[in-house]
Write a new protein. Structure first.
Length: 193
């Protein structure tokens, strides 16, 4: 088993609940089709690579592995899935870090399913940076982040106003007060609408 888990925060694509802001412009069906393409691209990029690929999904009642198998059938043996848990995004992220840590992973990299342009090279850079830092953030141009990596499940998400322009800054300021190092790498644009 690799010592690093790569976790994609994802949702089951459904008309009316997937990429709703974007759907207002391109339509519900097209938004779902686009999001499915994001997930397919991520599966093909990361399944069977240096990190174990996990999907942290919502809603919890769906059979996400069966769904992912329809997108990348030849790669399903290289993918795992577990439901997101928590009342808000911060709690769900912290749960992911605890879940992977409890299963023996030395480090975890979480990426957003809204950033299909993330490459294996970027993930490898985050993984390498964890050799020197407790936490590695990949900031997005909107003030949030497209990835966050940790060696342990630090609870840094409490009282962070998610979906605001100061998320990355607030998390990093919390980290600087209690950890050895926080490293930023490569800013990206997310497709969050």
């Amino acid at each position: 088993m690799p010592d690093t888990a790569l976790v994609v925060m994802a949702r089951y694509p459904q008309v009316g609940t997937t990429k709703t802001r974007l759907a207002r412009t391109i339509g519900d069906e097209e938004a779902v089709r686009l999001y499915r393409a994001f997930l397919t691209d991520l599966a093909h990029k990361f399944a069977g690579q240096a990190c174990d690929l996990h999907w942290a999904y919502t809603p919890a009642e769906v059979d996400y592995l069966s769904f992912i198998a329809t997108l990348a059938p030849s790669l399903i043996e290289h993918m795992h899935a577990f439901p997101q848990q928590g009342i808000d995004l911060g709690a769900r992220l912290h749960h992911v870090f605890r879940w992977t840590h409890d299963r023996g992973y030395q480090s975890t990299i979480i990426i957003s399913s809204d950033s299909p342009q993330i490459s294996p090279k970027i993930v490898a850079q985050a993984q390498k940076a964890l050799n020197k830092a407790d936490v590695v953030l990949g900031p997005a141009d909107d003030g949030g982040y497209y990835s966050i990596a940790m060696r342990r499940p630090y609870d840094v998400f409490r009282d962070i106003p998610m979906s605001t322009s100061i998320v990355s800054w607030r998390i990093c300021s919390i980290l600087m007060n209690c950890l050895t190092c926080c490293i930023w790498h490569n800013c990206w644009r997310q497709i969050v609408h």
